[in-house]
Design a binder for this molecule. Structure first.
Ligand SMILES: CC(C)=CCC/C(C)=C/COP(=O)(O)OP(=O)(O)O
Ligand SMILES: [Mg+2]
Length: 584
């Protein structure tokens, strides 16, 4: 399928336009920013959803083309859906009747990887609770590590001490383990879910990585492929729906795979894809009706990008409404970001920030027209979300949602004033504020109420500054990936120094490559902090913990396109996630 567009990623790329004579009032650095437009879009060569052969189809760059395309969403024919249901019943029976622990764990692991686990939450939890209470200390490396990973990943308590039995008297992993490739792979995957302070898992990570790399050339082809994929990106950091799509293919090539499970995975993938198409239609219609980008022509028109985030953060089909509402908030965030980054003068931005702080419709009267439109879009959308939450759960959440938007816009204002005054924050100030301006807190606070599980008087109190560590760790990962993904362009246009440049200056690093490497190490450390949230499981509901982890995973998918890896084109992900069904 040929794509003729230059726009190859959804990160912003920039076109610097000639400054017209006699134009704007803004001066200095602001003038420079005024004429820079964020131009890129996710663009796609769309296949028709039912086509078996790719045919020439239009590029989808904007909301209008998306709406046209979505006129014919794909649906699973009744008879196909019936066989999907039959296969679901069969798999449930299989899960219930599997008594041998390793077999049951392998089945759960496969179901999770194929994107099917959401059908079997209760049954899987019953198995995992049993595994958790049985306190098994026997078992080989593969079994022990798999048990550890599944339990921790699914929110069950398990101590990393279970790996002590694989250490020798010098506190190193035993030499004999080096020959056990499957065991090493299982331990490698488990080690990535380790928290700060769990030194045994750090040791496990180094040990397994070194020996897996060493053994690669001598492994049989299929196993070698498995190992290199794991070395590229461990399971724990993969975005669920993308991994499901990828793994369905890999699973079909595995000797001894279960053909029924494979068939179920394919049918279910397509079923969820058509649900996503319906959600996209709703978002796209809402966006068109809102008409924000008709009035604010400089702003990003990217419903697909917003939706990609929400599918990454909330992969389970049951969160359909949450995805739709979250996508709306991200769409508005992007417009406000564009006002602050490219369009508004500093005086206008001060007015806007003050009006947002007041949060009432009268406050918008003194604003320029383009800001009034945006103000009201935010105001109305937030009220509508509050209304839905009130109707659903009886909670009045406006104070929380309002506060988190005010925090974000104050964060944008702080960036703007640093820029306007030629000031440079230090790395820590920049990153802490950058979590706010990336929308991480805003997204998490909205999701807390939209998901609406495990909400208590105590944890509601945590939804404001200083936001919980769970949100800030995941948000830091988002900010660092965002900066890694857009650093070159931002540097070229003389933008506010990002975390990469600040970090390099503070640490006397002159080589870009070294700078990026060190930022990737910071991300690795943040993952360990984030993993601690699974260990401690204190105040936050598991659904929100999972969403925060998923936000970190999705950031890598969205922004890693500059890195050389199999994550090479976000457009391809969007296409395979939302538009191209799996065809037998
Ligand atoms: C899940 C969420 C909240 C997603 C929003 C992602 C995001 C960082 C948007 C702003 O992008 P940008 O790269 O234009 O931001 P900046 O200008 O701040 O670098
Ligand atoms: Mg950026």
């Amino acid at each position: 399928m040929a794509c003729t567009s230059n726009f190859s990623s959804l990160s912003k790329s920039w076109a610097v336009l000639d400054v017209p004579r006699g134009a704007p009032k803004a001066t200095g650095l602001w003038l420079k920013r005024q004429f820079i437009f964020k131009t890129s879009r996710i663009c796609m060569c769309m296949p028709t959803p039912t086509a078996t052969q790719p045919i020439a189809t239009p590029l989808i760059r904007d909301n209008e083309s998306l709406l046209k395309y979505l006129r014919q969403p794909s649906v699973l024919p009744h008879e196909v859906d019936d066989s999907r249901k039959e296969l679901l019943g069969r798999t449930r029976r299989q899960l219930r009747s599997t008594s041998e622990p390793l077999k049951a764990m392998n089945l759960i692991d496969t179901l999770q990887r194929l994107g099917l686990a959401y059908h079997f939450e209760d049954d899987m939890n019953a198995v995992l609770s049993q595994l958790s209470s049985s306190g098994q200390s026997d078992g080989d490396l593969l079994t022990t590590a798999l048990r550890f990973r599944l339990l921790r990943h699914n929110g069950h308590k398990i101590s990393s001490d279970i790996f002590q039995k694989f250490m020798d008297k010098n506190g190193k992993f035993k030499d004999s383990l080096k020959e056990d490739t499957m065991g090493l792979l299982s331990l490698y995957e488990a080690s990535h879910i380790g928290a700060n302070g769990e030194d045994i898992l750090l040791e496990a990570m180094e040990f397994t990585e070194a020996h897996l790399k060493q053994s690669l050339p001598s492994l049989p082809t299929q196993l070698a492929r498995k190992v290199s994929r794991a070395l590229e990106l461990p399971r724990h950091r993969r975005m669920a729906r993308l991994e499901a799509r990828r793994y369905i293919q890999e699973y079909s090539e595995e000797i001894g795979h279960d053909p029924n499970l494979l068939e179920l995975a394919k049918l279910d993938y397509n079923k969820v894809q058509s649900l996503h198409q319906m959600e996209l239609t709703e978002i796209s219609r809402w966006w068109k009706q809102l008409g924000l980008v008709d009035k604010l022509t400089f702003a990003r028109d990217r419903p697909l990008e917003c939706f990609l985030w929400t599918v990454g953060i909330l992969p389970e089909p049951k969160y359909s409404n949450c995805r739709i509402e979250l996508a709306k908030t991200i769409a508005i965030l992007l417009v406000i970001d564009d006002i602050f980054d490219t369009h508004g003068t500093i005086d206008e931005l001060v007015l806007f920030t003050n009006a947002i702080r007041r949060w009432d419709l009268e406050a918008m009267e003194g604003l320029p027209e383009y800001m009034r439109i945006c103000y009201m879009a935010l105001y109305n959308t937030t009220n509508e979300i509050c209304y839905k939450i009130l109707k659903e759960n009886g909670w009045s959440v406006l104070p929380y949602l309002k506060a988190t938007w005010i925090d974000m816009i104050e964060g944008f204002m702080l960036e703007a004033s640093w820029y306007n005054n030629g000031q440079e924050p230090n790395m820590e100030e920049y990153v802490e504020n950058g979590v706010t301006t990336a929308g991480a807190y805003m997204a998490m606070v909205h999701l807390f109420f939209l998901i609406g599980q495990g909400v208590t008087e105590e944890n509601v109190k945590l939804l404001m500054k200083p936001y919980p560590k769970l949100f800030s760790c995941s948000g830091r990962i988002l900010r660092l990936w965002d900066d890694l993904g857009t650093a070159k362009e931002e540097q070229e246009r003389g933008d506010l120094a990002s975390s990469i440049q600040l970090f390099m200056r503070e640490n006397n690093i002159t080589c870009d490559e070294e700078g990026r490497k060190r930022i990737l190490q910071l991300i690795d450390n943040l993952w360990k902090d984030l993993n601690w949230e699974l260990v401690s499981r204190d105040a936050m509901p598991l659904a929100i913990i999972k969403a925060a982890f998923n936000m970190a995973r999705s950031s890598q998918v969205v922004y890693q396109h500059e890195e050389e890896s199999y994550f090479s084109s976000v457009d391809n992900y969007v296409e395979s996630l939302f538009f191209t069904p799996i065809i037998n």
